[in-house]
Write a protein that binds this ligand. Structure first.
Ligand SMILES: NC(=O)c1ccc[n+]([C@@H]2O[C@H](COP(=O)([O-])OP(=O)(O)OC[C@H]3O[C@@H](n4cnc5c(N)ncnc54)[C@H](OP(=O)(O)O)[C@@H]3O)[C@@H](O)[C@H]2O)c1
Length: 161
């Protein structure tokens, strides 16, 4: 549910803003900006974790989702959108920033958590988790969630300091 709040009020302090991504071992989230992510093995976990919460994505990522994301309010951001503005309109305890690289970067200073599922793949080139960062993001480990344990695929959950 979105409610419209006073424009210059900050995002609510208790809002969890969780960046969630499938990444290769060398830090890529896609080979190029139009790639549909078929190699990710964490779709069921992603669905379970994001269900009933707003999901924020960039316009490139939106174009790669043919079926949308049922059960979740989708917030598609463009280059002129202000991340603080988007977040202050969210009246839930949690939202997810689901990519892509430009959008993780745009919201980087608002992230409270990072959920990264490392996949045993190495891309030659592509889009990094953060395409452009203004400053380093300091994180601490929370827990490891098995995704496909026998293939060495786990979700690493971090808290942003
Ligand atoms: N592995 C994963 O977990 C995962 C997750 C999500 C997405 N992806 C993949 O990531 C890829 C898309 O990532 P992406 O980084 O290309 O796109 P994106 O973050 O999905 O969308 C691009 C965003 O950047 C803005 N933008 C475009 N050009 C800009 C510029 N020059 N300056 C400032 N903002 C600009 C766009 O605004 P406008 O609308 O105004 O152009 C849009 O908001 C896709 O292949 C997708 O499948 C992977």
């Amino acid at each position: 549910m979105i409610i419209h709040k006073k424009k210059d009020s900050p995002p609510q302090k208790t809002l969890e803003v969780i960046g969630i991504a499938a990444v290769t071992v060398n830090g890529y989230i896609a080979r190029h900006s139009r790639e549909k992510i078929l190699w990710s093995k964490d779709r069921p976990l992603f669905k379970k974790q994001t269900e009933n919460f707003p999901v924020i994505m960039g316009s490139n990522t939106h174009k790669t989702l043919s079926d949308g994301l049922p059960g979740r309010e989708m917030i598609v951001v463009n280059r002129t959108d202000d991340p603080a503005d988007i977040l202050r309109r969210i009246d839930q305890k949690r939202c997810f920033v689901i990519g892509g690289g430009k959008t993780y970067s745009k919201f980087s200073s608002y992230l409270t958590h990072l959920y990264l599922t490392i996949h045993p793949r190495v891309f030659k080139r592509g889009i990094r988790l953060f395409t452009k960062l203004e400053k380093e993001v300091s994180i601490s480990f929370i827990r490891l969630v098995p995704v496909v344990a026998e293939e060495g695929i786990f979700q690493f959950q971090f808290k942003v300091e």
